[in-house]
Design a protein around this ligand. Structure first.
Ligand SMILES: [Zn+2]
Ligand SMILES: [Zn+2]
Ligand SMILES: [Zn+2]
Ligand SMILES: [Zn+2]
Length: 332
């Protein structure tokens, strides 16, 4: 008997809808360079289906890369699927829940996911890979001040010579739909220090910007649901040469993939960003956050260890002034 179900997720704008017949063949997360650069995140989520089992409504734009065809919503550029026409397969990347079975190309993961799912250095032998499982992997580098990157088609070039303000991973539904990954890896910079060459398409939701040609996710304005900080730009970590380590997870209550990386998992956002500040689970590793106000950069950095808070760095303002503001905001 055929099972008929809606894949539970549409694109951000709602004009594309995916319907699938039957159960998925498998569910994987591919951390390869190409998937990273298209999603702008840790890699592409792939819920594998036979080509004939997937029905898409709505207008899609496509980008052909080798044997794969990457498809996105023509309107909001949410990443919908990757098709492998020769193999007759579809890798669906919109989902409301998943049961992950393998990580592919887990060699230099952008987040150390630390789950119990098999991690292959390429992919399983049954699919033509080496079948070797990754036993250790390189962590991403910290403290870089020069970043560069490009999208898979090469039309966009990004360069930044600055230290990022913070790096977060947002698990919200919108970020998942946009990237086609399990969330948005946001490396936050002062917007004026980010140089982007090439034609971008601004898709209207949270200032999200994609490559006009291949639809890769490039950058977004600071998260629409949370902080108001027009002077900041979130550059998608997946397109960068060496994105810094994630410092906190946002909207963890909406996650489809649990991550045990020791970083704070905010139910929504930190308090100073307009969220509840509620942290889910026990993981509360040191977390640095920079406070910003709309018109003036307070440049105040804190380190949170559990419920304790320590001021790390203050720029442009005296410590007393900054601490008073933090008290007013209920952070200290
Ligand atoms: Zn759309
Ligand atoms: Zn891949
Ligand atoms: Zn491109
Ligand atoms: Zn989000």
């Amino acid at each position: 008997m055929l099972l008929f179900r809606l894949a539970g997720c549409t694109c951000i704008c709602g004009s594309c809808r995916v319907t699938v017949l039957g159960e998925p063949l498998k569910t994987t997360l591919c951390h390869c360079q190409d998937c990273r650069r298209w999603t702008g995140s840790v890699g592409q989520l792939a819920i594998w289906h036979r080509q004939d089992d997937v029905l898409c409504s709505g207008k899609l734009v496509e980008f052909v890369t080798g044997a794969r065809v990457r498809k996105s919503c023509a309107r909001c550029r949410s990443h919908i699927l990757t098709s492998l026409p020769k193999a007759g397969l579809i890798e669906l990347c919109v989902a409301s829940k998943i049961s992950l079975q393998a990580h592919f190309f887990y060699v230099t993961p952008l987040i150390d996911i630390k789950d119990d799912v098999p991690k292959f250095v390429d992919f399983p032998a049954s699919l033509g890979g080496s079948g070797v499982q990754a036993e250790s992997w390189e962590q991403c580098t910290d403290n870089l001040q020069v970043f560069y990157g490009s999208c898979p088609c090469g039309a966009i070039a990004v360069s930044i010579s600055a230290e990022p303000t913070t790096t977060i991973f947002c698990h919200c539904r919108e970020c998942r739909s946009w990237t086609g990954s399990c969330g948005h890896l946001a490396v936050v910079f002062e917007a004026s220090l980010v140089q982007i060459a090439g034609e971008l398409i601004s898709v209207g939701h949270g200032g999200r910007r994609n490559c006009a040609k291949c639809s890769a996710c490039i950058a977004s304005a600071h998260s629409p649901e949370g902080p108001e900080a027009p002077n900041l730009l979130e550059v998608c970590g997946g397109i960068l040469n060496a994105p810094p380590r994630v410092q906190a997870h946002w909207k963890y209550s909406e996650r489809i993939l649990s991550i045990k990386d020791g970083c704070a998992k905010f139910k929504d956002f930190p308090k100073d960003m307009g969220g509840s500040g509620d942290v889910l689970g026990q993981e509360v590793a040191p977390y640095a956050v920079t406070l910003f106000r709309k018109d003036e950069d307070l440049g105040l950095e804190f380190s949170f260890v559990g419920r304790k808070c320590r001021v790390l760095k203050v720029r442009r303002h005296s410590l007393i002034h900054a601490a008073r503001l933090a008290l007013e905001k209920g952070i200290m």
